[in-house]
Ligand binder design. Structure first.
Ligand code: COA
Length: 503
């Protein structure tokens, strides 16, 4: 216990330590909570569980839960099961939560991850009643030092009426110094964000708060939930190779140097595999300016390929977590964690000229991308930061396997069933079949390229047939809407997009 108290350096705050149960009793029906946590990293672990326990014994209460992104420790799952949510934003990735929100049990606002802070600052969404933030410790002058993610914690602390801090002893104190907290201030009053290189340090090492706002401090001792990415497989390796071929060609054409440009990669196994592919490439002195730093980033640092990585969270598999946090000092000089509005800020993404690699569920023959909605209806996870990056990157690359569900679904369709990234924001499409470079191409110039290089052979003919029939109708972007959407309605009725054999 003494050890835990030593993490509170501010003398006046040592007497604010309470149990999670007591802190949970402060939460009232209808409140908006801002919880730390970004893609399973740095989430608060005790208060959410205590809140759910409270819900078991008490008349129903409902709260809005705002976070950085998805949470670990099964928090999104138990929140959804307990039925205590009124609204959740801006991102989630839990199967139980997904099911319940698709059944309409609570509202989910799928938001660009850089937007939440602007909306809170501008008072255009619910203001935060209580911010609950996981910390490594609190400094003498009352600064909260976040753990493995920064996410939206800075704006939550700024915006909240009250703050509860969870000091997690399982998080290494070596994390101190890795954070860079910068708030751009109000729109219309702010200066340019003074960040011109991924390694620039522009803010404070912790979240500066008025200590009077800290209502309670809870001690916890629980590591982050490990990521659930699976190692690269044959298909994801093929995608990585195509992407690397594309990048090599850009170097050959003199558009990029061997150190490319700062790289951003999305979440998940595909994105991780693509980054992994860079290990065997001859690119060097790479820099990462991304959101989530996954396993592959640390492999690239270990291999001397990446010299610096900026993110807003560190999300690792179990083995990698032990390895990285067991020797965190080894990486500290090459890492920084920033608020998600800075990691995802359009001004910086455009200034640095990022190469941005995100994942799609489906893409269409003109280059529109759906990253969120299965059959245009059911939410998968959310748009996350993919829109922040795609719109503003030097190169907006989208990757996906060309088929899903054993080939019953073609990921290349005539018209996507939901649009997250319009054709205007998409430069390169990559599947295990190859890549299509759409830059500077008009809609009719894109179709054959996408079908030939990205669609699975089992769907190429049907896609070309569709295009030929759409051409008969004419138009700048030829479509036969009834036929286009029949791909989705046929899947719904027959369980496959493959052309039906009529006898
Ligand atoms: N229609 C229906 N289901 C599809 C599909 C399609 N066109 N394409 C893929 N799927 C299914 C897969 O079968 C798989 O299902 P399962 O979980 O039942 O096995 C699931 O979607 C995930 O697909 P997978 O190929 O394993 O990809 P992934 O784990 O890399 O996830 C996204 C892909 C798009 C869901 C994920 O990357 C995402 O949520 N992206 C949006 C947010 C984002 O980009 N954030 C990062 C910004 S920094």
């Amino acid at each position: 216990m003494e050890q835990a108290y030593s993490r509170i350096e501010h003398q006046g705050l040592k007497d604010r330590v309470v149990s999670a149960e007591v802190a949970a009793s402060w939460i009232q029906d209808g409140m908006t909570l801002g919880l730390s946590g970004f893609t399973r990293a740095g989430d608060v672990k005790a208060l959410p569980h205590a809140l759910v326990e409270r819900a078991k014994n008490e008349v129903t209460f409902k709260v809005d839960v705002f976070t950085g992104a998805s949470l670990g420790s099964d928090i999104d799952k138990i929140f959804a099961e307990a039925g205590i949510l009124r609204k959740r934003l801006p991102f989630q990735a839990d199967p139980t939560m997904r099911k319940k929100m698709n059944e309409g049990e609570f509202h989910f606002v799928d938001q660009h991850l850089s937007h939440t802070s602007e909306m809170l600052r501008a008072n255009t969404i619910e203001q935060i009643d209580v911010a609950v933030i996981e910390a490594v410790g609190i400094t003498e002058d009352g600064m909260i030092i976040p753990t493995t993610s920064v996410g939206n914690s800075l704006i939550f602390a700024e915006n909240a009426k009250e703050i509860i801090v969870e000091i997690n002893q399982a998080q290494t104190e070596s994390l101190k110094g890795v954070h860079d907290l910068y708030s751009p201030g109000k729109q219309g009053e702010r200066q340019p964000i003074p960040l011109t290189k991924p390694e620039d340090s522009i803010g404070t090492k912790g979240i500066p708060v008025n200590p009077d706002k800290i209502k309670g401090i809870i001690f916890t001792n629980q590591p982050d939930s490990p990521s659930n990415i699976v190692p690269p497989d044959a298909e994801t390796k093929m995608m990585a190779n195509h992407l690397i071929d594309f990048l090599k060609n850009e170097v050959k054409k003199g558009r990029l140097s061997k150190s490319l440009a700062p790289l951003q990669s999305g979440i998940g196994s595909v994105a991780n595999a693509v980054f992994h592919g860079l290990l065997e490439s001859d690119f060097e002195d790479l820099k990462v300016y991304s959101e989530v730093l996954q396993d592959a980033v640390f492999d690239l640092i270990d291999a001397g390929k990446v010299s610096f990585a900026s993110g807003c969270s560190i999300t690792l598999s179990e083995d990698k977590m032990n390895e990285v946090f067991g020797h965190f000092d080894r990486y500290k000089d090459q890492l920084v964690l920033r608020p998600q509005e800075i990691s995802n800020h359009p001004e910086i993404i455009r200034r640095l000229g990022l190469i941005s690699i995100n994942t799609a569920l489906e893409m269409d023959i003109y280059g529109n991308v759906n990253s969120t909605h299965v059959r245009g209806t059911n939410m998968m996870n959310g748009i996350g930061g993919s829109g922040d990056f795609a719109r503003n990157a030097r190169l907006a690359i989208f990757v996906t396997k060309s088929i899903a569900k054993d080939g019953k679904i073609s990921s290349i369709v005539p018209f996507v069933s939901h649009v997250d990234h319009t054709e205007h924001d998409v430069d390169i499409l990559v599947t295990e079949q190859g890549y299509a470079d759409l830059r500077g191409l008009a809609p009719r110039q894109r179709v054959e390229l996408i079908i030939k290089h990205c669609a699975h052979p089992m769907y190429r003919e049907a896609l070309m047939d569709y295009y030929q029939s759409a051409l008969e109708k004419g138009g700048h972007t030829p479509h036969d809407l009834e036929k286009a959407f029949s791909w989705h309605s046929q899947y719904e009725k027959e369980g496959t997009m493959q052309p039906l054999v009529t006898v």
